[in-house]
Design a protein around this ligand. Structure first.
Ligand SMILES: Nc1ncnc2c1ncn2[C@@H]1O[C@H](COP(=O)(O)OP(=O)(O)OP(=O)(O)O)[C@@H](O)[C@H]1O
Ligand SMILES: [Mg+2]
Length: 338
């Protein structure tokens, strides 16, 4: 295999070759030209022509080195577009070849870093956009209960003769809207704990059935709807407060997005929440667990699209996943193993 010479060997070989060539040329001319022609002018001319040969050879050698340097310079000046990189280019001497390889490696590293930087900048831009979308969604959801509180409070202040029954009704509305704001805030704070990775598991053993019954009773009262719960007692080792959030979110969604009875089935290893409501289209099933996602067709006031995103995170912490089966206008089943 061809092995490039080092620069010093290359220069040495070149000088030796030139010296041998010029000496041989000189000797041959002296040997073959008859003595009668060998005047002092002849010798001077011969000496100068050999000197010219020497100069030409040195010039050609220097040109070769210049070409190598030119290639290196080309890389350096074209390093911004990186397209001129030619890792297969071979250099005549070993030093330049190794400079070429090292340069290419350095340029490739810079190129990789630039790519990472571009990716990072795009990610930050996306995050900023998401943050601003999120802020306007949050502001929008807070606006309704705040406006209601202000409206009822204003009426109560303006009209002192309001009948006690109506006054109580308005005060109740103020309380309920305050409650809504409180719920929105705690959902946001919970989401923030997941986003920043601060949420930890506090595992304990408990029966999931009585917990589901308690949640169902509360929601039945709040939504004036029927929830049919069936299943065996089922002891799990999990974070009770977080499992409660999961069940509450799933049952509440089933109530919000359907009009008929909601079913909760607790079987060993699996909990399912079933409704016969509006269902979710095939293209949206993947998206409903994304934060701040709500389908355009079916939204509720004071819903931020965070419920299922939180459920997904909680189940992930428990090493399990949310399974969704749904058909538009037929209904949905949200279930998980635990
Ligand atoms: N049982 C269901 N039936 C039909 N659609 C559903 C059901 N559950 C969720 N969805 C759809 O998925 C979207 C996201 O649900 P998610 O629980 O994350 O948010 P949300 O209920 O709108 O708001 P939040 O839970 O923050 O109050 C909902 O807006 C709704 O369009
Ligand atoms: Mg929800």
């Amino acid at each position: 295999m061809y092995k490039q010479p080092s620069l010093s060997v290359y220069v040495l070989i070149r000088i030796v070759v030139i010296v041998v060539f010029v000496t041989t040329f000189y000797a041959l001319v002296i040997a073959f030209v008859p003595l009668t022609y060998q005047s002092s002018t002849f010798h001077i001319a011969l000496f100068f022509s050999s000197q010219i040969l020497l100069i030409i050879s040195v010039y050609l050698g220097a040109k070769q080195v210049g070409k190598e340097l030119e290639n290196v310079e080309k890389y350096l000046s074209g390093s911004s577009d990186f397209k001129n990189l030619d890792s297969s280019a071979r250099f005549f001497t070993r030093e330049f070849d190794s400079i070429n390889i090292k340069l290419i490696k350095t340029l490739q590293k810079i190129k990789k870093r630039e790519k990472e930087k571009r990716k990072y900048t795009a990610k930050i831009k996306l995050k900023n956009r998401q943050r601003s979308d999120m802020l306007s969604a949050i502001a929008h959801e807070f606006r309704n209960p705040i406006a209601a509180i202000m409206g009822y409070a204003q009426t109560l202040t303006d009209d002192e003769d309001i009948p006690p029954k109506l006054r109580n009704k308005f005060l109740n509305k103020i309380y309920n809207n305050g409650d809504k704001i409180e719920e929105l805030l705690s959902r946001l704070l919970l989401w923030n704990r997941f986003e920043s990775g601060k949420q930890k598991l506090h595992l304990s053993k408990f029966d999931i059935k009585p917990l589901a019954i308690e949640i169902a009773i509360n929601l039945e009262e709040r939504y004036s709807r029927e929830i049919h719960l069936e299943g065996e007692p089922f002891i799990v080792r999990a974070d009770k407060a977080l499992v409660e959030i999961v069940l509450k979110n799933l049952i509440e969604n089933a109530l919000k997005y359907s009009n008929e009875t909601v079913y909760v089935n607790i079987s060993p290893n699996r909990v399912s929440v079933i409704d016969k409501g509006v269902g979710i289209s095939a293209e949206n099933i993947e998206k409903v667990t994304k934060k701040f996602f709500r389908t355009d067709e079916h939204t509720w006031d004071n819903s931020m699209g965070l419920g299922l995103a939180i459920v997904k995170q909680i189940l992930k912490l428990h090493n399990t996943v949310l399974e969704i089966e749904s058909q538009e206008n037929v209904g949905s089943t949200f279930s998980f193993r635990i």
